[in-house]
Design a protein around this ligand. Sequence first.
Ligand code: GLU
Length: 268
Amino acid sequence: MIKQEKPLKNTLPDWQRAVIKVGSALVAPGGKGCSTKFLLSLADFIHDSLHQGKEVILVSSGSVAAGAGLTDFDLTQSLSIPEKQALAAIGQSHVMQHWQKLFDEPCAQILLTRSDLDSEKRCLNAKNTINQLTAMGAIPIINENDSVAVDELVVGDNDNLAASVAVTCEADLLIICSDVDGLYDKNPNLHTDAQLISLIKVINQQILSYAGTTHNPIATGGMHTKLQAAQVATRIGINTLIVNGRKSTTFQQLKNAQLAGSLFLAKC
Ligand code: GLU
């Protein structure tokens, strides 16, 4: 992990290893199967970062949404756990094929559960595999092992999974790609005067109170789980960004080392 410096205004802090979380609403928008609609500029940013010798680990959702797109299931209806697990099993290989189409580098699938992360031995094995993959120039792509994880075994959302992966892999940047611009002080869909908070030095009660609930039936988390992830990551020294992954300008800014979205500063 490189030493964290305080960011210059509007400048992305320097980083060497990033975990990038990409939600279902970006990978399989509308629950109608995988789409490149929102992924091309992200892939370009990743490609550019790899070219500079940086390392990128993806945490990708989308298996359930991709599975729904390949069957008659509708994610806006309530689905049973076995139905979701079956859709994840159908969709996961499609998500991987989809990512692979965007990169020349090999894409490597790693499926984890909470119990893997809680077991010192399995967590170390996962870390060693990820390190080996990045050393080989491959792109590790992680998802929760949905078809075996239920109840106490489940992380439950990929925001928290991404934070755990960032901690395990000693990343120095966590980027959570959302479908909103970042953290607002009010719901921007309801309040025209809502302000984007671009720099958060401390995640206090006031910041936590800004998290609304998700209304996107395709997405699992919402701002609440993104703030939980930011808390976990910043606490151990990982700068965390919540950005709008639907906007190609986001990744152009990041490519130019400019800040985008909301930056939660690492506590060093
Ligand atoms: N693992 C789930 C999927 O791939 C998504 C969980 C999440 O997005 O938080 O569909």
